[in-house]
Design a protein around this ligand. Structure first.
Ligand code: ZN
Length: 497
């Protein structure tokens, strides 16, 4: 098995991957909050980590991929008033909170399937792990790093920061944080504004609530991930992933909680994908540019000029390295659509080409070129999962494939082994690792067009009383599994068996 060289995004040092159990990788990715429909912001992290999961599996690692569902309702940001988003939305939609959670979880899964993201090995829910969260909070309290006020429990960040490094992921300094937040809120029941809730007392109107040693309440957001990741992946696991917006406060808080509970941070490597901007603007409600996945796939949003196939969106995301910002625009997506189609056509051509039998290449220079474009795909993936460069390499190979088909380049220009490598590289990288698929919608559109041409010819034949031709079209199509049906209104519909 090849060694995976992973650039540590924390220290940026090239290190060789080490696991407790050889050949096993624990991967934890913060899952969605299912208080609403999944949107474009969800697409990038889950597609990014789907490729990480696929690549690790390709290398022969057994991956335990845990991606949670945040369904308990939580605070959205630091300093924001405690609000249960799920309960609020449930009241609005007149649904039982768990009914709402199910509805949006299903929609999220639907989106992930269309993006061809492999399902995680375990998908734990926060509401299913309240006991684990309570016991972790008790542990942190017993060690003296959390305190209770009015039925809520807070993590003592100031005390923690006096003994452990704090803010290393996000580059924040506790001194600055204490300085800027000191005078903001005198009413706060927390000792310091920087402290975060581990458990929150539930006011009477709060629907989602659980019994705890501190009265009825609900867990804080950060403790959910710490409890679930350590339950399924152990105290130390290999990769913790998520969007860059989760570095602070979410992941800094996870590190602090784990450090007190287990004596060290949870993950060996942190990977954060950068954010998506839309036409150069940050995505947000105030810009009215949050595009839901249902809108993206249907084109039903003022920003969108057309519907975009999930594979086009996936391809567009993978054309940029995950640590760079990605600007989302109609132009960029339409460009990606054309590019993906070109690349896929080359792949389909390649699949039909026959591997030559010659062991020696007739064109050694070309053979060498093709060989190195193929082998560097692995180098690029090993260099911090650089999917953008992998795609660029595959593009470099497309003209050669097309020239072999047209006969401009003889098939024996390449040796049999290089030709075989070329075939396997396209299959492995396009399908298995990048997780791309043919644009099926486009194919079925084409099929629609072809069938309507045949239906028109048959109609003309009937008008001319050329029943032999019209019957032949109907029968031949039926043999191929396409059944035509003459409707009462004179139109013709079809079903495909
Ligand atoms: Zn998380």
């Amino acid at each position: 098995m090849s060694e995976l060289l992973l650039y540590n995004t924390y220290t940026r040092q090239k290190e060789i991957f080490e696991s407790i159990t050889p050949n096993h990788v624990g991967l934890y990715v913060c899952g969605p909050t299912v208080s609403g429909e999944s949107h474009l912001g969800h697409a990038r992290p889950y597609i990014t980590f789907d490729v990480v999961n696929r690549y690790l599996q390709h290398l022969g690692y057994k991956v335990r991929y845990v991606r949670n569902i945040t369904d308990a309702g939580h605070f959205e940001e630091e300093g924001r008033e405690a609000e249960d988003k799920i309960a609020g939305k449930a009241l609005l939609e007149k649904l039982e909170p768990m009914e709402l959670v199910h509805k949006y979880t299903d929609l999220f899964h639907w989106g992930m399937r269309l993006f061809n993201c492999l399902p995680p090995s375990i998908e734990p829910t926060a509401t299913g792990h309240v006991i684990e969260q309570i016991s972790m909070i008790e542990d942190i309290m017993a060690k003296g790093y959390a305190y209770e006020v009015n039925g809520s429990v807070y993590f003592d960040v100031k005390k923690y920061a006096s003994q452990y490094p704090y803010g290393t992921l996000s580059g924040r300094k506790i001194e600055d944080m204490l300085e800027t937040t000191r005078e903001l809120d005198g009413q706060d029941e927390k000792i310091n504004k920087v402290d975060f809730a581990l458990w929150k007392n539930a006011p009477p109107e709060h629907i989602m609530r659980w019994k705890s040693p501190w009265g009825e309440g609900f867990p804080g957001w950060h403790i959910e991930c710490s409890a679930m990741s350590s339950k399924y992946l152990g105290d130390t696991f290999d990769i913790h992933g998520g969007g860059m917006d989760l570095q602070f406060p979410h992941h800094e808080s996870e590190i602090a909680q784990s450090t007190i509970a287990h004596g060290h941070g949870p993950a060996r490597y942190w990977m954060h994908n950068n954010m998506i901007t839309i036409n150069g603007k940050k995505m947000g409600k105030s810009y009215n540019n949050v595009i839901k996945l249902t809108e993206l796939f249907s084109g039903n949003h003022p920003i969108l000029e057309q519907a975009y196939h999930p594979m086009v969106v996936r391809f567009n995301i993978l054309q940029t390295h995950y640590r760079s910002t990605l600007d989302f625009s109609n132009d960029a997506l339409q460009g990606s659509e054309k590019a993906l189609r070109r690349l896929w056509e080359a792949y389909e051509v390649l699949q039909k080409l026959t591997i030559p039998t010659n062991t020696e290449a007739k064109d050694e220079v070309l053979d060498q070129q093709v060989h190195s474009f193929c082998t560097e795909c692995a180098d690029f993936m090993n260099d911090d999962f650089n999917t953008a460069k992998v795609i660029a390499s595959l593009f470099e190979l497309a003209p050669t494939i097309n020239s072999i088909r047209s006969g401009q380049i003889a098939a024996n220009a390449l040796s049999a082994s290089t030709f075989t490598l070329l075939k396997s590289t396209f299959k492995t990288y396009l399908e298995d690792i990048l997780g791309l698929q043919a644009l099926q919608v486009e194919q079925s559109n084409k099929l629609d067009k072809v069938l309507s041409v045949l239906i028109d010819i048959r109609k003309d034949a009937k008008l001319r009383k050329d029943f032999a031709t019209s019957d032949q079209i109907r029968n031949r199509l039926a043999e191929s599994g396409v059944l035509l049906k003459d409707e009462k209104d004179g139109t013709v519909s079809y079903t495909i068996e």
